[in-house]
Design a protein around this ligand. Structure first.
Ligand SMILES: Nc1ncnc2c1ncn2[C@@H]1O[C@H](COP(=O)(O)OP(=O)(O)O)[C@@H](O)[C@H]1O
Ligand SMILES: [Mg+2]
Length: 232
């Protein structure tokens, strides 16, 4: 099956301007791919570059070397060449991202935060809110919280709002950054089921999972991100 997202010789380093422009190489010649219905877990020690790779794949960081390709609207699009407008379209329709922390929007209630991407994908607002409510309840977020802005929610409650938002809309590709980090065992099980259902529906998933048990239950394979050896 042709991949949903792949990289060719991806390289990225950081330039520390405050340290006289020292370059810290993080990713070197990364060749990665994920196919529809597959979940690939990024593995490797802390500081190896997993989060950096994830941010490159979401288009937050440009690639310094190599390319990132994504299947979008039936065509292979080079993410690294997409302008801001193309990037917005790719994120609206094709590429979902559950970041580790919810970006709270002032005064917008949890339900509307979850419904927003579905409405942006063309779902009728009432249907989107109904699905948002069902997902929030499935993630054990009590109804009394649904209309409140999540700014004052606990870390675990915010993470569940973020997860509901990511899984509510239909994305061919979904990035998950430590999706169960703040969750109790019961909600961890819900997330494992949501991942399994998304895979069965053909979504390609790339995740960072610190919880090895969760990782082993959802991942079809691991992609090892290797720390770059210091040049001697
Ligand atoms: N914005 C940044 N500026 C400079 N160095 C960074 C930046 N982000 C990450 N790094 C460095 O890049 C390396 C990889 O970081 P990261 O991708 O967060 O690793 P991981 O997610 O695997 O723990 C680390 O050495 C980190 O210090
Ligand atoms: Mg990280």
């Amino acid at each position: 099956m042709s991949p949903s997202l792949w990289t060719e010789g991806l390289g990225k380093s950081f330039c520390l301007h405050l340290q006289g422009g020292v370059r810290i190489p993080v990713l070197e010649r990364v060749d990665f791919s994920v196919s529809p219905g597959e979940c690939v877990a990024l593995a490797g020690p802390s500081g190896a570059g997993k989060s950096t790779l994830m941010r490159c794949l979401y288009g937050n960081y440009g690639a310094e070397h190599g390319s990132i390709f994504i299947r979008h609207d039936g065509a292979a699009v080079e993410l690294t060449a997409a302008d801001a407008r193309a990037m917005r379209e790719i994120r609206r329709k094709t590429l979902g991202y559950v970041s580790q922390f919810l970006r709270v929007i002032p005064r917008v209630g949890a339900l509307d935060i979850v419904a927003e991407p579905m409405i942006a994908q063309g779902m009728a607002p009432d249907a989107a809110r109904a699905r948002a409510e069902a997902l929030l309840l499935r993630l054990n977020l009590p109804s009394r919280l649904h209309h409140l802005p999540p700014a004052t929610f606990s870390g675990g409650e915010q993470q569940r709002v973020n997860l509901a938002r990511g899984f509510a809309a239909t994305y061919p590709i979904l990035l998950l950054d430590e999706p169960t980090a703040s969750l109790d065992a019961a909600n961890r099980e819900v997330v494992i089921s949501l991942i399994a259902e998304a895979k069965a529906a053909g979504t390609a998933i790339i995740g960072i999972f610190h919880d090895v048990e969760v990782r082993d239950r959802v991942a079809d394979r691991l992609f090892e991100v290797l720390p770059i050896q210091d040049a001697a």
